[in-house]
Write a protein that binds this ligand. Sequence first.
Ligand code: PLP
Length: 320
Amino acid sequence: MAEAEVDDDVLGKDPTVDLLERRVAELLGKDAALFFPSGTQANQTAMLLHTSPGTEAVCDSESHVFNYEVADAAWLAGVQLNPVESDRGRLTAADVARAIRPGDRHHSRTSLVWIENTHNMHGGVVVPLTTMQSVREMARERELPVHLDGARLWNASAASGIPLSDFAACADTVMVCFSKGLGCPIGSLLAGPQELIDAAWSVRKRLGGGMRQVGILAAAGLWSLDHILPRLADDHARAARLAEGCRLIDGLRPIEPDSNIVMIDITIPGVDAAELARGLEEQGVLLLPAGPARVRAVTHFDVDDEGILKAIEGFRSSLS
Ligand SMILES: Cc1ncc(COP(=O)(O)O)c(C=O)c1O
């Protein structure tokens, strides 16, 4: 990062940002990509590009956009989200079709289909490519654009062996984050057709996301593509080991992870997830409560084998 060649990216002149944008566009098989400070801003730029006020976007009921973006679809884009329940975030064509409005005088018009892969709050679930393809096919028949919230698409690809570009082909625009499993302090990209990414420039500027000598941050992204992306399978193996260890502890019921997120249910009545997380934090194990009786653990390159053992031991001693 310290050695990054930089220039003014608000003028489109930062060579390191340019390189990252070109590499990500190529990996995703899209014409172009644009660097953003956050996944939320890149997601909302897509929302603004695809929709118009008073219309609806169909998404999964546990999706990040529905639950954790502070109702920004409504606040910024004037869009109502239509959340549908699915089998652990694996939104099918039938799920989406049920939510599409009939296009009469009494309903808002459906303007966008939103997919999340991997699915964060369902525990890093990989939405199968075939499921995404059938959603894409159905959306195309209805002339609806598709946006893919791929904050952790890297993990979906690493877990399934399916190229990123195959998943990305199921959507018009794709958001990817460098600030999750790829370990960067900041940075997300929105990729898509050239004319949409050209339009995204102005939206990003309006949202305050134009940044000047930001190649220092893009350099972290480039490094992570070469050094962290190739080793994501290690995180997945460690997540599986963590789940295995927790399964042997009375009072815990981990959900078998697809990738690097382990949702662990607490089955002892009266043991509160927030309290358990606080207790583990005191032992140096960081988790997030994901409900009154559920904690969420994430593996990444800072968590080694010893860290997994420490986490399992932390659970055991906290619950004994
Ligand atoms: C699936 C998903 N999408 C989008 C985001 C938003 O990313 P950011 O925190 O960079 O705004 C997150 C953050 O956790 C996420 O999990």
